[in-house]
Design a protein around this ligand. Structure first.
Ligand SMILES: *Cc1c(COP(=O)(O)O)cnc(C)c1O
Length: 498
């Protein structure tokens, strides 16, 4: 039996409230006092907790310690690239010159911000081999939506209106079919072959003149580089389709392969994965999109451009430009500037070209090291040299222990669980992405824990079924949590929206 009752009932900020305590003193008004709105619009009672500053700080500090984060331990969440985020990024994104600017300021007063955005566009072009880049999309999935919109606009501009079908491999992330569905296109799933590549025969059979294109993640979500990527792209191009690259796994390719050179037409970057923008818990994401020259006219407006070259040593004047056949604006203002662009800019500047290449090589080395240490204990169904991550099966012959039990038991060893049950083509999948920022000691400790857990699965399976047992809360009922969402548990019981 799983114990689903929390061991400790945590007080909410309302429980800590005591009438009359306060954390602020307002100064006397130094502007004329305005009249209050009419009586019927006024609330007689607003149930705010009353606490001193020290109570509030201690409450949230205590809660923050219940969180697991990449700053507190190893976080091998496959596909998410939970690398350690260097703290220098936090310094730069808080520089007053960046913080105290507004997107509606005249461009003459924000030349530094625009120069940073322009440079980031140029660097992403250089890294990916694309002709142009927009920084607007708010996350990877939003980048997909933007990219697929451009693919549709491209076909439409050529009077090619039959194309409504997107090809997506069975290993793909769920956002790929979701983005396509939002545009009213249909999805045809392409199976993987025995080595985890796109099945070329099945792809050939699916290619016809109704194909918008194909969305391919390479390396894919099995952590495998498609061995026939150029043939895949050629097949899609030969039937008139465009090739979308899901760039979530770019970490494995930095400085080594440029998707634009391989023949991809469009690709999103996840600045919050590859370029060390902190993520998890909801943001801020950033999903710039790169395109080959034939799609550049369709990019969202505005892009940051040079609108006047400087004379001699003078800096150019940066401003906003509109691509000729732009699909329009994808986001209010210009994307996630401080949280995304400044941090990613800092990270790229910090590493330089050679450093970026090191990132990819260490990410791949670390994943292969872990795979080598674990493959005798956990079956790896597509067992070949992996890229930055690999997928093992979380099950053992003759045992009812499942991937979820293993993932939860890892929490008792103070590790964040790997991604589980994704990709869907692996039974009881455990998708492990160590990233380049971990040292050998950490990788060994993690491998040792997983090997120990496999032993426990034999000798004491209930230890796994009942895990986690060392955390504040026990095993959650995830289905109930999703079905019966409680989003406002911080409100006091007697609160009503009267
Ligand atoms: C993370 C991810 C996405 C979606 O990116 P978000 O930034 O989370 O929207 C798409 N594809 C793959 C393979 C991913 O790992």
């Amino acid at each position: 039996m799983t114990d689903q009752t929390p061991k400790i009932v945590e007080p909410t900020i309302f429980d800590l409230s005591s009438p009359g305590r306060t954390g602020v003193t307002f100064p006397a008004a130094d502007v004329p006092v305005a009249a209050l709105p009419p009586e019927h619009l006024l609330r007689s009672d607003l149930p705010l907790p009353e606490l001193a500053e020290v109570d509030v700080v201690r409450h949230y500090m205590r809660l923050s310690k219940f969180n697991y984060s990449v700053d507190s331990g190893f976080y091998p969440l496959g596909s998410c690239t939970m690398k350690y985020n260097p703290k220098i990024d936090e310094d730069t994104c808080r520089l007053p010159g960046f913080v105290y600017t507004h997107p509606l300021q005249p461009i003459e007063t924000v030349q530094g911000n625009l120069a940073l955005m322009h440079t980031l566009q140029e660097w992403l072009k250089e890294i990916s081999g694309f002709a142009a880049v927009t920084l607007q999309p708010a996350a990877g999935a939003h980048g997909e939506f933007t990219g697929v919109l451009m693919m549709a606009a491209y076909h439409k501009s050529r009077g090619d209106t039959k194309r409504t079908k997107m090809l997506i491999p069975d290993a793909a992330h769920g956002t790929n079919p979701a983005s396509v569905g939002m545009l009213g296109m249909t999805v045809q799933q392409i199976p993987s072959d025995a080595r985890g590549n796109v099945d070329l025969e099945k792809l050939k059979a699916a290619c016809d003149d109704t194909v918008v294109g194909m969305m391919l993640t390479n390396p894919n979500t099995l952590g495998l580089f498609d061995e026939h990527v150029e043939e895949v792209i050629k097949l899609v191009h030969d039937c008139g389709g465009l090739m979308y690259g899901d760039g979530a796994n770019l970490n494995a390719l930095l400085g080594i392969v440029r998707p634009g050179d391989v023949g991809f037409d469009v690709m999103h970057f996840n600045l919050h994965k590859t370029f060390a923008v902190p993520h998890g818990g909801g943001g801020p994401g950033s999903g710039p999109v790169g395109v080959a020259a034939h799609l550049a006219d369709f990019l969202p407006e505005p892009l940051v451009g040079i609108i006047e070259e400087g004379e001699g040593d003078e800096a150019p004047l940066f401003g906003f430009v509109k691509p000729q056949k732009s699909i329009g604006r994808m986001k209010a203002f210009h994307g996630h500037f401080g949280g995304g662009f400044v941090r990613a800019f800092t990270y790229i500047a910090l590493h330089g070209a050679e450093g970026l290449k090191d990132i990819a090589q260490y990410a791949v080395l670390n994943a292969n090291y872990l795979q080598a240490r674990l493959r005798d204990t956990y079956r790896v169904p597509f067992d070949r040299i992996c890229m930055h991550e690999f997928v093992a099966e979380g099950r053992f012959e003759g045992s009812d222990v499942r991937a979820l039990d293993i993932a939860k038991r890892l929490m008792d060893y103070n590790f964040h669980p790997p991604t589980n049950y994704f990709p869907l083509i692996v039974h009881e999948a455990l998708m492990i992405e160590p990233t380049e920022t971990e040292n050998k000691d950490t990788l060994d400790a993690f491998a040792d824990a997983l090997i120990q857990i496999a032993q426990e699965a034999k000798t004491d399976p209930d230890l796994l079924h009942n895990a986690p047992s060392t955390t504040l809360f026990g095993r959650m009922d995830e289905v109930k949590a999703a079905r019966e969402l409680v989003l406002c548990c911080w409100l006091p019981e007697n609160y009503s929206e009267a």
